[in-house]
Design a protein around this ligand. Structure first.
Ligand code: KG4
Ligand code: ZN
Length: 338
């Protein structure tokens, strides 16, 4: 067996500053500094996100090394999320990575953030099974909604994606209509657990192939609430659990409908979910039930690897490291990665 590989990974594509250190496919430390500052604005403010990344990166790196019990000289490569994401946020991470690469004399590895969400499933953990290729991965977060076919670690194909809002936005925007604070996804989940999922009917979006669309669903929530609060101003307060439960059920049904369609048509029985929305309790439950019903293997990574994190950047870089797929120092971030 050869020497193990130590990778330092940096994630800064949106509003979470992440630093992770991996030894081969195992995570030694994985830190996320969540930026609380955006809460008061009801959404991510790009300018503030960049500034917070700048403030967070050095303390996170120091803490990450300490927790991993690794000295900076032991690192074999520096990985970073090149995109997609907010350009200012990405810029901070990319420049930080370049500075480290230059000063340590270690190679630089660019990672596509979307690919990393999928490859997060290949992080090695004691007692947990990893999916084998090929597997289908539904990535659902505040920034993306993608159905990917993972054939190998470097053959990841987007087979379906959202035409408008991301699944997380469908949660967050509906939550805003209900007067809940940002990000509202976890709150819709929390209230929804206590409600009746069949209390109200929201239309399942109709869209071809493996694609998604959520803007109509959000609009249907807007009209529904507008019509109900006219005669009863306390309608939301009185029925919050039922509204959340019914709305959430519709999103989950829609997501899983597409996943199972792809599984059957593409003959792939390894199914995975990732992204912040995969924290949703109903999605987790229904996903596992679907696996049992359809005789498919289901995989959900540990929650800290579901939301934006640097460990997933590290695992994606691990595969590139062994192919010597390095980036040079004039690499620039890319807000959209095609
Ligand atoms: O992956 P993530 O942390 O960041 C990116 O957007 O990339 O995902 C955040 C999204 C937000 O839209 C948030 O509302 C949603 O994930 N979310 C949830 C839950 N937890 C987080 N949505 C529904 N149910 C949850 N339990
Ligand atoms: Zn993400």
């Amino acid at each position: 067996m050869g020497k193990s590989t130590i990778i330092l990974a940096i994630e800064s594509s949106c509003d979470d500053t992440g630093i992770a250190i991996l030894r081969d496919r195992k995570v030694l430390s994985n830190l996320v500094a969540t930026q609380e500052i955006h809460k008061q604005y009801g959404g991510v403010v790009p300018e503030l996100a960049s500034r917070a990344h700048q403030q967070n990166l050095i303390p996170a790196l120091e803490e990450g090394l300490r927790r991993a019990n690794i000295s900076i000289q032991e690192i074999d490569a520096i990985a970073f999320a090149r995109g997609p994401g907010l350009i200012g946020s990405l810029m901070v991470g990319v420049n930080f990575a370049k500075g480290l690469s230059l000063s340590l004399g270690k190679p630089l590895i660019e990672v596509n953030h979307i690919h990393a969400h999928v490859l997060a499933h290949l992080i090695e953990e004691d007692g947990a099974e990893n999916p084998s290729f090929p597997f289908l991965c539904l990535t659902v977060s505040g920034g993306h909604t993608q159905l990917m076919m993972a054939r190998t670690d470097d053959n990841l194909e987007i087979i379906g994606q959202t035409m408008d809002d991301a699944a997380g936005e469908a949660f967050d925007k509906a939550a805003k209509i209900l007067g809940l604070p940002y990000p509202g996804g976890p709150l819709i989940d929390k209230y929804g657990q206590k409600g009746n999922p069949n209390a109200y009917e929201f239309p399942i979006p109709q869209i071809s192939g493996y694609n998604f669309s959520f803007s109509g669903l959000k609009t249907s929530m807007l009209y529904f609430i507008r019509d109900r609060i006219k005669p009863d101003p306390d309608f939301i307060q009185k029925n919050l659990a039922d509204i959340c439960s019914s709305y959430q059920k519709t999103i989950i049904k829609f997501l899983l409908q597409k996943l199972i369609k792809a599984s059957k048509e593409l003959n792939c029985s390894n199914l995975a979910i990732s992204g912040g929305v995969s924290a949703n309790s109903l999605l987790r439950k229904e996903f596992e039930l679907l696996g049992k019903k359809e005789n498919c293997k289901t995989f959900i990574p540990r929650f800290e690897y579901c939301t934006d994190n640097a460990a997933m950047i590290g695992i994606a870089a691990y595969f590139k490291f062994h192919k010597k797929d390095f980036s040079d120092l004039n690499i620039t971030p890319s807000a959209r990665m095609d």
